[in-house]
Design a binder for this molecule. Structure first.
Ligand code: URA
Length: 221
């Protein structure tokens, strides 16, 4: 799975983008960027959270990472095994594909902020339970209030449905501009990169979604 498929004919050469992606993959040893006070305080609260039973099985919480002033907030489902081990969202195979998706949009991973609906790994990567989503909800809301992104990209059904409080199938959410509840913050939905790893034929649809997200963003700034 290369990144070429994400590239518009007019964007940067795929070779240089591929090398960027490889550098991201190799950058796991980089120190985590310092967070401003509000986010740092929230991250400390999250780190000791025991609001649901997931704290019993986690290695550590996964608060989120990226630019605290980001225009783009990417929201996924929950940490997996790699993320639970490293304390950073989207660091496994799906994370590398997410990096490629961002690069295709002209965004470096460090430019955006990446977080999840859940801050702890559900055992065996099962779907989050409603009570776990509820217990974690205020953390995500506070992250959104502190970062003040201009747009949210929700990746995957679980992220989209829980963020928007909808049960609409993800296929029907694509191509729509939603709003984060009780705000005017636009939310665009696309498939989860882990799904794309299993169903690479859907990449064209995701590229359409990413272009739609970029158009939506450009109309805002
Ligand atoms: N999948 C997600 O939704 N989030 C992660 O952080 C990793 C994999």
């Amino acid at each position: 799975m290369g990144v070429d498929v994400w590239l518009d004919k007019n964007t940067a050469a795929s070779a240089s983008v591929r090398s960027d992606v490889e550098q991201h993959a190799a950058s796991e040893d980089k120190p985590a960027p310092l967070l401003p006070e509000g986010l740092a305080r929230l991250a400390k609260q999250v780190a000791v959270c025991q609001q649901c039973s997931l704290h019993e099985s986690r290695t550590q919480t996964v608060f989120g990472i990226g630019n605290p002033d980001a225009d783009w907030l990417v929201i996924g489902e929950a940490p997996g095994a790699d993320e639970d081990r490293q304390g950073e969202p989207f660091v496994g195979r799906a994370g590398r594909l997410l990096n490629s998706m961002l690069l295709a949009m002209g965004l470096q991973r460090e430019q955006v902020f990446i977080a999840n609906i859940l801050k702890c790994r559900p055992p065996d990567n099962r779907d989050p339970k409603p009570e776990e989503v509820l217990a974690c909800e205020s953390y995500l809301r506070q992250q959104i209030e502190l970062i003040k992104p201009k747009i949210i990209l929700a990746v995957g059904r679980i992220a989209a449905q829980n963020l928007l409080k909808l049960e609409t199938p993800i296929g029907k959410m694509r191509g729509q501009r939603y709003q984060y509840p009780a705000s005017e913050l636009p939310v665009i939905v696309t498939y989860h990169p882990a799904y794309l790893l299993r169903s690479p034929r859907e990449k064209r649809k995701v590229w359409e979604d990413l272009k739609f997200a970029m158009q939506t963003y450009k109309a805002l700034v």
